[in-house]
Design a protein around this ligand. Structure first.
Ligand SMILES: Cc1ncc(C[n+]2csc(CCOP(=O)(O)OP(=O)(O)O)c2C)c(N)n1
Length: 603
């Protein structure tokens, strides 16, 4: 598509200011077409951005970024902001290696002040920035936060509102983008209150006013003129204020407007005519979990599931349909989800908290103190563990496998295939004396990999009688390790391959096996710091073994966006990379080839 002249004439917010009302609505239509065409081709957040086209135009006309500070909570709805701040031409590469980020990025633009994507943080940033501006004596700069009704269910928002409402001297302007949905319809008392405000125009009790803020609205969030009038008033008030804007997620694109199952919140490559994926999808890790948890739910009525506003993306849709009374959507409230799960366990249930690995990070203390200290049987299902890909550094699930092993009594599993995931989920929900966690990645699951035998907790996947090394293949990297073993065998380098299955706590049988080899290489889709390989090395150091242990994993850095396969390859975590690393390790040692016992012999 060639960019129409109006849109191509916008290279910064200043270009918006001279436009007539008619030109502004034409610009909004052109931005919408641009978003649909581009996001369907590259993948990305579609529904949320279509909902904020007019709102973002109005905010950029009334406020003067970057002098005024604009913050987008969560950041997934910042595409229109990117278009209006000179990044339209980069949308070809959205979320691709080396290309435009799917979230605000300080490296990309001075108009992006924070790099977020985890929800419910922007009001706290705003509180701090407004305080700093007041302390510096600058009374002419505004701090404006665009926050969704979904994000507003997060606890941090309420900690921030408590501060903002009590601080008239450093005002924050809160633009509440209320579309009634997170992924699914927003839940809880707050959602009811917003619905009441939407319906009646004002309610006899107005939560925001009661907390010390002014309230303006509700405003039609697709009417630029109405939005601008409200924002101008908000700016003039010079006190904390909520501008309640009513928008429609996916506005102007029928497949997204009617998207009850949230498929078009975030998309891969889809056909713009239908919003459907252009290629059929293979069974995913999520879909395997979805089937198994529904089967378990039918067998055990003490199993309950919790989600932090993501029932469909985490695979709980089927469970919710079958057992509506045993699924709890708690809002974007991971910390609450974990302690609420602890409460359910105290009450005799076995809760399963289905969550993206990256979002569990913020509930670490709840997991440690509220669940583990109490030895409560709660199962955490960590989807999107390891490299996720296009969502970039904040979404890679590369910390859980380092952090969770420090939790006393917690058992952590990394299944290698779908049969293993089903089996380990059942093992996890059978645990009665503490938390369990299961981590698996984004994407499709490869064919099952049968084990030769099981010893302790580990599976022997490939036995080499004259093994020159032991590959400890963690979870979904087992396939790559076996392919690498084939390549190595072709080079005359036999290796044994085992899958530890449970990566914490350490399996004494696995340490015994490792100690029987001269070289042990652990291959993991996580950061090297605190990885299983490091813990194996530490355990071996406490024995008499002369084994050398190495970890092939991800560097402890924030890794940029690209596809999962590209990132794993770049860090040597594909078959060719693993084989090369093993050969290098062996070449760097001048030791004579030692006979190592196979897993079967060592058992
Ligand atoms: C801490 C955290 N948990 C979960 C998510 C996943 N997530 C991304 S967007 C979203 C819904 C946001 O809803 P809302 O703020 O209303 O914005 P909308 O998409 O409706 O415009 C969720 C749950 C997240 N980004 N951060």
């Amino acid at each position: 598509m060639t960019t129409p002249p109006l849109l191509s004439g916008i290279s910064g917010p200043a270009d918006l200011r001279s436009l007539s009302t008619a030109a502004l609505s034409e610009l909004a239509a052109q931005i919408r077409d641009f978003l649909i065409e581009n996001i369907c081709r590259t993948g990305g957040h579609l529904g949320p951005n279509l909902g904020v086209v007019e709102l973002t135009i109005a905010v950029h006309r009334i406020f003067h970024s970057p002098h005024d500070v604009l913050l987008f909570d969560t950041g997934h709805q910042s595409y229109v902001h990117k278009i209006l701040t000179g990044r339209r031409a980069d949308f070809d590469s959205l979320r691709h290696a080396g290309g435009l980020s799917g979230y605000p990025s300080r490296e990309e633009s001075g108009h992006d002040v924070i790099e977020n994507s985890h929800a419910s943080t922007a009001l706290s940033y705003a509180d701090g920035i407004a305080k700093a501006i007041a302390l510096s004596g600058d009374h002419d700069r505004r701090v404006v936060v665009i926050v969704g009704d979904g994000a507003l269910t997060g606890g941090m928002c309420w900690e921030a509102l408590n501060n903002i409402g009590g601080a008239p001297d450093h005002p924050v302007i809160i633009v509440l983008n209320d579309n009634g949905r997170s992924y699914s319809p927003t839940i809880g008392g707050l959602a009811h209150h917003l619905a009441e405000l939407r319906r009646s125009g004002s309610a006899h009790a107005n939560l925001f006013e009661d907390l010390g803020m002014a309230y303006l609205g509700p405003v039609d969030g697709h009417d630029i003129g109405e939005l601008e009038r409200a924002l101008r008033r908000a700016s003039a008030l010079r006190r904390p204020v909520v501008v309640h804007c009513i928008t429609r997620k996916g506005n102007g694109y029928p497949p997204a407007e009617q998207d009850e199952a949230d498929r078009l919140h975030a998309v891969g490559v889809v056909d713009p005519a239908t919003g459907r994926p252009t290629s059929p999808s293979a069974p995913s890790w999520t879909s395997v979990f979805a089937e198994e948890i529904t089967a378990i739910g039918a067998e055990r009525d003490d199993v309950v599931c919790l989600t932090a506003a993501m029932p469909h993306p985490t695979g709980l849709g089927g469970f919710a349909d079958r057992f509506p009374e045993r699924i709890f959507d708690v809002g974007i409230a991971e910390q609450h989800a974990v302690t609420s799960a602890a409460g359910l366990a105290i009450g005799g249930m076995h809760p399963v908290v289905a969550i993206y690995a990256t979002f569990l990070n913020r509930a670490f203390d709840q997991l440690l103190m509220d669940v583990a200290l109490h030895r409560l049987p709660v199962t955490f299902v960590l989807d999107r563990a390891g490299i996720t890909g296009p969502d970039g550094p904040s979404h890679h699930g590369m910390w859980d496998a380092s952090v969770l092993p420090v939790v006393p009594g917690l058992r952590l599993a990394a299944p290698r295939d779908s049969a293993n995931l089903r089996e380990m989920l059942r093992e996890a929900v059978d645990v009665t004396d503490g938390p369990t966690a299961i981590r698996y990645p984004k994407g499709s699951v490869r064919p099952d990999i049968p084990a030769i035998s099981r010893t302790g907790r580990y599976d022997l996947l490939r036995a080499a009688p004259d093994a020159m090394g032991l590959l400890v293949a963690v979870g979904p990297l087992a396939g790559a390790c076996l392919d690498a073993a084939d390549e190595l065998a072709a080079h005359g380098v036999p290796v044994t391959v085992v899958d530890p299955r449970w990566i914490a706590p350490l399996d004494p049988q696995l340490i015994k096996l490792a100690g029987a080899h001269s070289l042990v290489l652990t291959v993991e889709d996580t950061t090297t710091t605190g990885a299983l390989g490091a813990r194996i090395a530490q355990a071996l150091a406490a024995t008499d073994a002369t084994t050398r242990a190495a970890t092939f994993a991800l560097p402890p850095r924030f890794l940029p966006h690209a596809s999962r396969a590209e990132i794993l390859r770049a860090h040597g975590l594909d078959a060719a990379g693993i084989a090369t690393s093993v050969l290098k390790r062996l070449a760097s040692t001048h030791r004579p080839r030692s006979r190592a016992r196979t897993g079967a012999e060592a058992s």
